[in-house]
Design a binder for this molecule. Structure first.
Ligand SMILES: Nc1ncnc2c1ncn2[C@@H]1O[C@H](COP(=O)(O)OP(=O)(O)OP(=O)(O)O)[C@@H](O)[C@H]1O
Ligand SMILES: [Mg+2]
Length: 265
């Protein structure tokens, strides 16, 4: 079963000011199997965030459709969790209140979500910080909190847009490992959530994903898909040479477009 099916999907933005049209995505077809970790890479402006926002139900497609477990996506839903680069925490709520936000909004009684919030605080390593406000946390801790907040709704699908782009290298490595652990690398596929993970880092995509989708640019469409069959748990089987070969292969696919993107911008 596929968690997500993108069918002949196009998205055109029309500027309300100038009337200018930008074709962000054109005729994208993509299937994301349940329980798989799919990374999406591609040059800046190729439509990665647009595609993820359509999967999240935050943006509507111009043509075609996005389907989640057989149902056409028409808006956001708690079983599609979203995590963005810029934390997107509520600044006036504590860590605990941020994490509790989703279950509370869904009307879950406090005595049932409170133990779960405590558990998640431990899962993401924020013990002792539950009563802090976001501005009292480091960037890495804020992103842990955002991850816990996404997990609080127990989503079947995790939609992540460059979630680790804003944290330092060491924190990123720790969080990469943590994401894989929380996802359940060693569990059978059917027991795992599905992850769609956008990144600029091809090495990060290879390190984490089962499959890397390369989006091309102008207009955005799927250029290539590659299976990453490195053994799991990935951090226990690091093999820089094997990773390097996969990275090289992907880089070969996007080099020309990345260069054009840099020249145009
Ligand atoms: N709300 C919007 N209105 C008009 N154009 C938009 C809008 N959002 C995105 N675009 C355009 O759509 C194209 C794709 O943008 P998108 O943000 O999806 O790219 P991206 O691949 O996520 O880029 P990056 O890697 O820099 O994050 C770009 O040309 C962008 O300028
Ligand atoms: Mg983006």
């Amino acid at each position: 079963m596929n968690a997500i099916d993108i069918k002949n999907l196009s998205k055109t933005f029309v500027s309300t000011r100038t009337g200018e049209r930008v074709i962000a995505l054109e005729n994208v077809n993509l299937s994301i199997p349940q329980g798989e970790f799919t990374a999406i890479v591609g040059p800046s402006g190729c439509g990665k965030s647009t595609l993820l926002s359509i999967m999240a139900g935050i943006l509507a497609a111009t043509e075609g459709q996005a389907v989640h477990f057989g149902e056409t996506i028409t808006g956001p839903a708690p079983d599609r969790g979203v995590l963005f680069q810029d934390y997107a925490l509520f600044p006036w709520l504590t860590v605990r209140q941020n994490i509790a936000f989703g279950p509370k909004a869904l009307g879950t009684p406090a005595d049932s979500y409170e133990p779960e919030v405590d558990r998640l605080i431990t899962v993401v390593g924020l013990e002792g910080f539950g009563d802090r406000l976001p501005h009292e946390l480091s960037g890495g801790m804020r992103q842990r909190c955002a991850l816990a907040r996404m997990l609080a709704n127990n989503p079947r699908t995790w939609l992540m847009d460059e979630p680790l782009a804003a944290v330092d290298l060491q924190t990123r490595t720790l969080l990469q490992e943590e994401i894989l652990r929380v996802w359940g690398e060693d569990r059978p596929r059917e027991d795992r959530p599905t992850i769609v993970f956008i990144t600029h880092g091809i090495d990060e995509a290879v390190l984490l994903a089962d499959r890397v989708v390369v989006l091309g640019r102008r207009p955005g469409r799927v250029k290539a898909e590659m299976i990453i069959d490195l053994p799991r748990p990935r951090f226990e089987h690091r093999d820089p040479a094997a990773e390097g070969r996969q990275v090289q292969q992907i880089w070969d696919e996007i080099r020309e477009e990345a260069r054009t993107a840099i020249l145009e911008d």
